[in-house]
Design a protein around this ligand. Sequence first.
Ligand SMILES: [Ca+2]
Ligand SMILES: [Ca+2]
Length: 73
Amino acid sequence: MKKLILAAAFGSFAISSALAETSFQTVDADANGGVSYVEAVNAGMPWSEEQFNSADQNADGVLDETEFKAALL
Ligand SMILES: [Ca+2]
Ligand SMILES: [Ca+2]
């Protein structure tokens, strides 16, 4: 039982550190200055379309660097 809890704790730690290392430039695959939902998903971001849309504060369909970083917090 204890092992299971440790594994779960390690798992979530690994996910959050991977996200912290995900840079905007890496996720913006076509380097057009905005991260589309498809780019985010392809980069492994664990976002639903709903989460993406709420992160897209100016509703232009992409996350600029400011929106992207805010969404990671
Ligand atoms: Ca892009
Ligand atoms: Ca936007």
